[in-house]
Design a protein around this ligand. Sequence first.
Ligand code: CNA
Length: 280
Amino acid sequence: SNPPIPTTAKPKNTIQSIADRIKTNQITRIIVLTGAGISTSAGIPDFRTPKTGLYDRLAPLKLPSPESIFHISYFSHSPEPFYAIAQARHPTTLKPTLSHAFLALLAKKNLLHFLFTQNIDGLEEDAGVPAEKILWTHGNWKDQHCSKCKSAYPDNMMRKAIRAGDVPYCLAPKCDGAIKPDVVFFGESLPEEFDEKVKLIPEADLMIVMGTSLRVAPCSGIQRMMGPGVPRVLINMERCGDMGSQDGDVCILGDCDEGVSEFAEALGWGDELKALWEEV
Ligand code: CNA
């Protein structure tokens, strides 16, 4: 019989083998990319999950496409549909999820190299991730300005308009622009810091992708900017992008709060994660 063929294949990564490398300081600089899926358990629907996602619930508005509602050229002539659903999007006083707490724990342990979030709810910072470690790639709905003359618009009036489902208009004399939250709509450019912050990605020794469908460019390319052989972990309800296609990839499919619990257990941080979450 033939002798066994020698194999040079490295053993596959598992969540435990990644955790072991973190525990032994072989991994110290983690880049994280997050999306709407890490906030759904806080009560904010994502976009693309069938039935519960916002896009499936827009049918009555008869838009050219679901994305139109967040497209700047559509908003500039028809801001009404956006304000009809704005209440569901407007961050209130929601509690960060266990997934947000996991990010805060990574930061506390000095392991978070940088966080790119596509979310606009600000819950990462509420959970305790330092603002200087976060880029809100699509903006952060803290403020709003006139879409034409860029004048600021007061928070209390914005809240009132959103509650009523009305379009707020600019208060500046002779301006009739609709007010737009400071979030990046389709067709608008990303924050200036994006180009600077992506330079941190090749410095990382682990990439974690959580709660995103990886369908919106340019964030959908972040997980491909790693150095060669750097492991990647996907924590998401479904497979997305090219995650899982590289040798070093590990996918934890399912609810991301459960995924981060599993990761935290593998790291021996289970109790610490729960305690941190209870405090936020
Ligand atoms: P998306 O395209 O809706 O994808 C969400 C992804 O998360 C999908 O792959 C889901 O399967 C997955 N998912 C949903 N719930 C969970 C869960 N509990 N556990 C694990 N996975 C889950 O949203 P993306 O973020 O990828 O798209 C980018 C858009 C969405 C950005 O422009 C955001 O501004 C926008 N968005 C943000 C928020 C927010 O700030 N919370 C909410 C809704 C949409």
